[in-house]
Design a binder for this molecule. Sequence first.
Ligand SMILES: [Zn+2]
Length: 329
Amino acid sequence: MKAHHPCNLCGGEEVSPLATRDRAGRALRTVLCNGCGLAWTDPLPNAAALHHYYSREYRADYKGVREPQPRHILRAGTVALERLARLRPLFTSRPPLLDVGAGGGEFVYLARRLTGCDVWGVEPNEGYGDWARRAYGAHVMVSALADAPLPVRHFRLVTLFHVLEHMPDPAATLARIAGLLAPGGHLVVEVPNAEAVCQSPWGMYHSAHLYHFNAATLEQAGLRAGLQPVSTRLSSDGGNLEVLFTTAGRVTQRSSWAIPGNAARVAAIRAAHRWPRHALTPHPYARALRKLTRCSHETLQLAASESPAALLDRLARARAPSLRLAFAA
Ligand SMILES: [Zn+2]
């Protein structure tokens, strides 16, 4: 069958149906490109509706709040420290860094605090972006990436954590970022993995996730924007996918961006991920246990009332040694 839009990666129009419902049971059609294996919401929402959603509603819709609460700061700070530890080898030359989709600014604040780098952020949500500036004095622009007045060929490192799947035109987003990177600079992209089987078979699709990448389609999307994949990794439960790209190397020219066999691979994984088979894997029980442990840890850690910056500093002081990060204060 034909999709409403040509594929954002290979330009193909022939697709196969992948799902008809989102994780809340609402109607949401997801299709899979037969040419390359990229999946997307079809039809895509229009640009004006998306802009309104991300600037005003997304955070409230997703987390039920307009500004981050201490529990969210603790959780985002913990994840930010783990990301900083992973990216530590890229911080050797103290690069100017840009975090796209900076949320409440925890990564921007901690990256500056732990590395001394000049760290910028862009966040489309007004409540979260303003919060990042107020709470941490973080250099966060409240804007969509496409409209943000950013210097070209300036950044040594750009990070895109759980952002690309929300973008209506990932090819344009990656091309813009390729233009912001200094020669030899790096881009880190983390997205939910289209091959993930750790979540409930009913929990795969969310109306805010417009695209679903696996390793092959994410690497190919970077190549198409002139970026070379350096390394690809999955989270321990396979739920998230992270690719590190560099601007160094030759720009790849191809007559076709199709990926033979990839659509069949994604379709087979999604078709096999079903109840009750999922109940026979360790995933549902490991997830429940992780949530329970996290909640009790958070309750203990949030006993004292303190400012958001003091909370992140305390977290960094406690976690920095085990993550082999230096914390000077
Ligand atoms: Zn395609």
